[in-house]
Ligand binder design. Structure first.
Ligand SMILES: [Fe+2]
Length: 310
């Protein structure tokens, strides 16, 4: 892991059923910046400290859930090299031409063993974070950090079958590390896997679900646990449905809040957590510690957190 392969989760496509309500949620309440609307009605957002043009794409639909997740890779040569490895793993790879997704270079698309559509791309036009690159300062102009003070899209948690095969794909083809894993105490079966391509505790995670292509949450990074508490104030003020109020995960050690958008898609805002290095051991949890693994401040596992997907 030298950050010259897969760089980060660069984009999540989320289906929403009420565009006006979704706009109010993601723009006015959360404070993401709407950067464009496509002729197909898709709405594109970025968080303030992201350089790339957009990271969240809302797709008007009659059902909630995730359309796709897209990872940015270092360069076009990386994309070419990964295509061969993905095919050798046994997945079909579809080519998406440059420009098919606005401001984006060519993409590879394939379906994960969990049933989720994933894309890889190397190029996306950059909009910047308003600071510029010469003597940029440390904070944007007044009013630019809006809403819940989201810095950037961080990770997603997806639900589906075939966790071990998916882990093999991410570790052997995409060169991720398995940072943490939750297993059944009795059978040893994988229940949740946390995968990183960076020094973050996870860039993507998967939880075992019988049905493929389930969406658990997309997560946004705040600067501090203090900001997580302030975000809770704001979510409460605007009556945003809360799944789990401020707490800290055992797995990843992130300070967290879970809540739902108006279509029922779960979002997370979080901060902190540890630094993962390529020589860090995989941290193992089992079902005797479900409470501490999930929410380490009260050690109470939440049923809704385990059962609600879109
Ligand atoms: Fe998360």
């Amino acid at each position: 892991m030298s950050m010259r392969g897969v760089l980060r989760l660069g984009e999540v496509g989320i289906r929403v059923m009420d565009v006006a309500a979704a706009r109010r949620h993601y723009d006015e309440i959360l404070g993401l910046h709407e950067v464009m609307e496509g002729p197909d009605g898709k709405i594109y957002y970025k968080a303030w400290d992201e350089q790339d043009y957009y990271s969240i794409v809302l797709n008007p639909s009659d059902r909630a859930g995730i359309d796709y997740c897209a990872f940015k890779v270092y360069d076009d040569a990386t994309l070419t090299a990964l295509e061969s490895k993905i095919k050798a793993f046994g997945l079909d790879v579809r080519h998406i031409a440059a420009g098919a997704h606005p401001k984006s270079g060519r993409r590879l698309q394939f379906v994960l063993p969990t049933g989720h559509t994933m894309q890889l791309y190397a190029e996306k036009e950059q909009l910047g974070n308003t600071l510029g690159t010469l003597n940029p300062g440390v904070v944007p102009d007044d009013g630019v950090i809006r809403g819940t003070h989201i810095n950037r899209l961080d990770h997603a948690l997806l639900g589906g079958p075939n966790l071990d095969e998916t882990t093999k794909l991410f570790t052997e083809v995409f060169d991720f590390d398995l940072s943490e894993k939750l297993i059944d105490h009795d059978s040893g079966a994988s229940l949740a896997v946390f995968l990183t391509c960076s020094t973050k505790p996870h860039d993507i995670a998967f939880v075992l679900q019988p049905e493929p292509n389930r969406f658990h949450h997309a997560s946004f990074l705040l600067e501090s646990a203090h900001d997580v508490i302030k975000a809770a104030d704001r979510l409460g003020k605007y009556r945003v449905p809360i799944d789990v109020g401020p707490n800290r995960h055992g797995i990843t050690r992130g300070a967290t809040i879970y809540f739902f958008d108006p279509s029922g898609n779960r979002n997370e805002v979080f901060a902190e957590g540890y630094v993962h290095y390529p020589d860090s051991p995989t941290l193992m949890w089992d079902t005797t510690a479900m409470g501490p693994a999930q929410f380490a401040q009260d050690n109470v596992p939440r049923q809704s957190f385990l059962e609600v997907f879109t």
